[in-house]
Structures are given as structure tokens and as C-alpha cells.
Write a protein that binds this ligand. Structure first.
Ligand code: PTJ
Length: 250
């Protein structure tokens, strides 16, 4: 079944489309098998959130847009799940905020690196970083530490969706401003982020894009005010409350 064949009226339409994309990602060598497990975990949190963008995630998406517009060298990190789920949206966000795109994998193999870079180019990316791997994130074991010197290594703001906690912590140690997209507010990645967006990536990236378009002409003072008003701890607590106390409808 393709995306188009899943009826829009189906009560779990978005969830089925997402599953289908991850499955196709595994079949084409983009997504790791562990990516299926990660997707299942994310889905459980999303179900408890009511498969909607909660208010605190909306505020986080706006703060993320403000950070990205203010950044000197923003980079969007892409793994196998992100490439399978939102390739068009990653390319669009990179264009709107002037960010680089870098493939950075937990289960790194040359074949997957290449397949993901090709996939992103097929979806309109001009340049995809990550293959040079000529720099290291300090404090991590070899494969996971590999990054590009002119990409993640020198970035000031990094978008790290569905990230492994150790690497997110190591990037924060390097002084990067991290924008983490993760449906689990208790994950270490979300906890170390300057801006944790507790939302499904299929909603979060389009939300950052529309906020970035809206803030395109904003003054540095306006961007600073949005960034200062955002409280990461409060956003995480609000997400945890929503998950623990949410009312299930079906
Ligand atoms: O492609 P690779 O080799 O880099 O591997 C990528 C995965 C995701 C397999 C790897 O980074 C991994 O194992 O991640 P974790 O530790 O399972 O963490 C993934 C996090 O993303 C979990 O907290 C999930 O709840 C969350 N998540 C899963 N799907 C989504 C999500 N968050 C937002 N949107 C989703 N669709």
C-alpha cells in the first residue's frame, strides 16, 4: 500500500502513513531495523499525546525557528528515520532558514550514508554533508563521533531529531544550541536541548517552517524576545503532564 492508498478518512491515517514510510525506508536501505523499534516507541508517546501538537510544542517550534533564523551556521542532522519520514520537509526547512543538511547516523555504514545522501538529493537537496567525516565529536566512540568539519562540528545551532542521548549530550557539551525533536520528554536528548520539541517530526518540521516563514522579516530584538520567553524545563513538564494525564479518545 502506498501513502496515497491509505484512505484519508481512516482514524489512524497519519500513523499508518508514518509506518508505511519507515517500512519503505528499511526496504530501500535508508532506515535501520532499529528505526522500526524507535518508531514504535515514538508512536506510543504520540498516541498518549492525542496525536496533536500541544501548546508547549508549538511555542518550542517558534523558538526553534527564531534560533535558526538568528544562527550563523545552522545544520539539520538527518538519520535513517528522519530521511524516510520527512525528506521534502527537511530540504524545505534548510532552504527557508539557510541551514546545511548533514547525515549523521547511530548505526553508521558507508552504504546507508550514501543511500540517505542520494535520497535527500532526489528530494531536492543541493548539498548533503556527512560523508567527508573529517572531524570528531569529543567524548564519543569512533563511529558515532564522525561529523564534517564544515558541518555539525562548526555549527552554532543544530537540529537533532530522534537522536541518541549520548550524542545529544556530547553536542551540548561542545556548546551547540540544540533543537531536539523527540516524542519522549524524558529522553536524555530532550533533557539536554536548548529547545526540546515534544512532537511527532511529521508535524514538528512543517511547524518550524511556517514559523520561520512568519518570522522571516523579524528584527533581532523580536527573535531574541521569542527565544528568551521560551522555557525548556516548563515545556518538558507540560509535555510530561499531557502524556500522563491526557484523555484517550480511541
Ligand atoms: O538511522 P540511525 O542509524 O541514526 O538510527 C536512528 C535511531 C532512531 C534508530 C537511533 O537514533 C535510536 O535508536 O534512537 P532511540 O534511542 O530509539 O531514540 C529515538 C527517539 O525518537 C525516542 O525517544 C522516540 O520516542 C523518538 N521518536 C520516534 N519516532 C518519532 C520520535 N520522535 C518524534 N517523531 C517521531 N516520528
Amino acid at each position: 500500500m502506498t501513502d496515497a492508498e491509505i484512505p484519508e478518512t481512516h482514524p489512524r491515517h497519519d500513523s499508518l502513513v508514518t509506518r508505511h514510510r519507515i517500512e519503505a525506508g528499511v526496504e530501500s536501505g535508508i532506515t535501520s531495523k532499529q528505526g522500526l523499534i524507535a518508531q514504535g516507541r515514538g508512536e506510543a508517546f504520540d498516541y498518549l499525546l492525542g496525536e496533536r501538537t500541544i501548546e508547549s510544542a508549538d511555542a518550542a517550534a517558534r523558538a526553534a525557528a527564531a534560533h535558526l533564523l538568528r544562527a550563523e551556521d545552522p545544520v539539520i542532522s538527518v538519520n535513517g528515520n528522519v530521511a524516510a519520514l520527512v525528506p521534502d520537509e527537511v530540504v524545505e526547512l534548510a532552504e527557508v532558514v539557510g541551514a546545511a543538511i548533514e547525515v549523521n547516523l547511530f548505526n553508521r555504514t558507508p552504504e546507508r550514508m550514501q543511500a540517505i545522501a542520494d535520497h535527500l538529493r532526489e528530494h531536492g537537496a543541493d548539498e548533503v554533508l556527512g560523508l567527508a567525516a573529517d572531524a570528531q565529536i569529543p567524548g564519543l566512540d569512533h563511529e558515532r563521533a564522525k561529523v564534517d568539519a564544515d558541518g555539525i562540528h562548526s555549527a552554532d545551532v543544530v537540529v537533532v531529531p530522534l537522536e541518541d542521548g549520548d550524542r545529544a549530550a556530547a553536542l551540548a557539551e561542545m556548546g551547540k544550541i540544540e533543537i531536539v525533536i523527540d516524542l519522549n520528554p524524558l529522553s536524555r536528548s530532550a533533557q539536554v536541548a536548548a529547545v526540546p520539541i515534544v512532537d511527532n517530526i511529521i508535524r514538528a518540521i512543517p511547524n518550524i517552517i511556517s514559523n520561520a516563514r512568519d518570522l522571516q522579516g523579524a528584527s533581532p530584538e523580536e527573535l531574541a524576545a521569542i527565544i528568551d520567553a521560551f522555557d525548556a524545563d516548563e515545556a518538558l513538564s507540560a509535555a510530561e503532564r499531557a502524556i500522563r494525564e491526557g484523555e484517550l479518545t480511541d
